[in-house]
Every structure is written in structure tokens, then in C-alpha cells.
Design a binder for this molecule. Sequence first.
Ligand SMILES: [Zn+2]
Length: 422
Amino acid sequence: MKLPILLIALVAMVAAKSAPGRMAARYDHFRIYQLTIETNLQMEELKKIHEHISVHFLNELGAVGNKYNVIVGPLFHRALEKTLKFLEIVYEVIVDDLQKLIDESSVGDDSQMEWETYHTLDTIYDWIDQECAAHDFLECKVIGQSYEGRDIKSIRLSKRSGNKAIFLEGNIHAMEWISSATVTFLLNQLINSEDPEMQRLSEEYDWIVVPMVNPDGFVYTHEVERLWRKNRRPNGYRNESGDCYGIDMNRNFDYHWGGAGWNIDEPCDHWFGGEKPNTEVEIISLQNFVSSFEDGYIRSYMAYHAYGQYVLLPYGHSNTEFPPNYEQMKRIAAAFSDAAADVYGSTFTYGASGLLNYVVSGAAKDWAYGVKKIPFTCTVELRDKGTFGFFLPSNQITEVGLEVTAGLKALVNKAAEEGIFD
Ligand SMILES: [Zn+2]
């Protein structure tokens, strides 16, 4: 759950360069520094660093002992390095020119859907419509509209009656393009793969997929601000840059909502969880859609995110309280992790999110488990571990798709063995 912290000063700086309707914000010669935080004092100082340096944290600040990536513009390189040296914080410049990285992970040939490049919302949605028109076993439905009026599309694959269902959620966080790329990759495998094992999984289980929970934010990352995370509803607060937009929708679900999380209560920051739970129309649509199915039908709920290579299990709100079937969920997550690693060596760490990352509340997987009583839920944090982070090059999309396909097959089979679908 490595996530961006956009601090206000940087927003102001970037906003100045990217008035809406003009070209997207640019990050020429912005660097990504990786900081290793070893003491509480260093952490406390880091939390205050925006007071004199424009910084954009790519990870939520949590435990001491972790590495944190931070974006800093060319005007502040020297000041940052001076401060880090003074605080004895070990650092490394891992990206020298962020714009180059953004360009290398941008949309390529968008004329039709495939998994060699990232795509725009229109192309993703056109592909969904084509697949729906072509296959009787797909039921496609618009589950609601986003704040700006875009459709939120769903696909349900069902080849026989009496199956239990597996739910796949994508791109609730706008900037995590690999999420919808992977979820559509999986969906394509389920629909079109000739691999007998995939065909069996698409026969024996129903699959419900919402590949794009946050279409407004996603379009905004294409057109205006690549680093955007939230949805685009003006949230009623202002700062020196003007109106503040958006809610972190994976902090807005009503299960132990608002308990904890870095800057979850900062309306102009990228982790704002809302004034109260269930405030966002996208989240309400998603919840209503999940709730529209008979209780006990959906047996697994998986939310795809980037980055860090984790299978995060409930709970997020605590690191001392664990779900009743936590050990069972760990065995299922282990099956995913082992099988995914066999493909290209990518290791996925698994366990309760509150334990592995930091305590944070209001996430989809916790709501699905705690409120909807779905017995296996998780957040899958895709590649990588921070080298490219949110800007994973296009030439890795297919590899991610293949390793996750392998992981998913093993996960479903293990879950079946564990009685999750009984
Ligand atoms: Zn995310």
C-alpha cells in the first residue's frame, strides 16, 4: 500500500503550470529520493519537511525502519539534501528525471485494447462493450455514474447457474494505471484464454468485475495531473491554491471508518477519507452493486492497487485484532504469492494490512469482509517495490498480467480446498 502524499506546496507549484484545459502538468528534472527512516526523530522531522521544502511523498508515512520515496522539484534538490544530511537520514536518488519516467509509462497506441501499453478510459470502455456484445455469458451493467457523470461499468461472467462468485475491483485510485490494466487482462483471460485451467475457472465460478471505480480521477491523470489519487468532487475545503478536490475513496468505506491513517483527516491532501463514511457517489454505487447480489454468493473480493507487491488481508484498522479466519486467509494468500513468484520471481508479501503497512481504515477489502461477510478479501498491491512505483513502464503490463493470472489460479484453487466456496 505504497501511496502518494501530495503536499500542498507542490500542488500549488504544479497547478501553476497546468491550468485545466491546457497541457498536463510536467515533472521535468523532478527527482525521486528514497529515504531510509531509522528513528522516531527523523520521522517527526520528515512530517514537517513541507514547511520549508516542496515535497510529494509517494508513500504514506508510517513505521520507522521503512523506506519512503519522495518527489522533489529541481529548485529544492539542494535544500532537501542539506536537510537530510543534517537529520542524518540516509537517502538515494532513484529517479533523476520523473518526466522521463512518466513519458515511458504513458499511453502508446490507443487505437484498440491490448496489454502492451496503457489505455484511455474510452478505449477500455469500448473494449468492454465489444466483449459484452460478443459473448452471451457476459452480463454488462452500468452500476452508477461518477461525480462528473461518467459511467461506472461492470461485467459479470457466468457460464452456469449455481456458481459462487469472485469480485475484482480496479482503479479506485486514479494514478494506479496498472490496476485497471491488470484487471482487464484477467478478465480477457477469463473470457478468451485457451488455457484449460483458465477455462475451468471461468466455468466453475462466476466473476464480477468493476475495472474502473474512479473514472473521473483516471481521466484527470491522463489529461491534467498524472499523480492524482482521489476522485474529483470538490470537497468543500479550500487552501491557498483554491478549492480542494476529491476524497480518497479507499478510505471512505463504512467499516471502522476514520480510525486511523496518515493525513486521512487533511481535506486537501491525497489521503482524505471524507467528512464521514460513504459520502462518495462512486463508493455508494459500488456498495449497492455488491449488495444487490444474494448474501453468500460473492465469496471473494479482491481490490487491485499499486504498488509494493503485497497481498493485504483484513484488518486495516488494527494491528492487534485479526479476523476469525485470518490463518486460513494467510494460507490462501500464500498460494497466490508462491505461484506468482514462480513466473518471473516477483515476491508478494502477505498478511494483515494493519500489520504489514500501517493502520488505516475505510478500505474496500475491510468493508467487504467486515460488513458483507465475504470470507476471503484482499488488496493486491501490484508491481513493483518502488523502482518505478506508480510509473511502471508499459512493457511490464503483460508480465504483471501473467504473474497475477498464475497467482489467481492458485489462490482460487486453494480457497476452494479451504472451503471458501462451500
Ligand atoms: Zn491504491
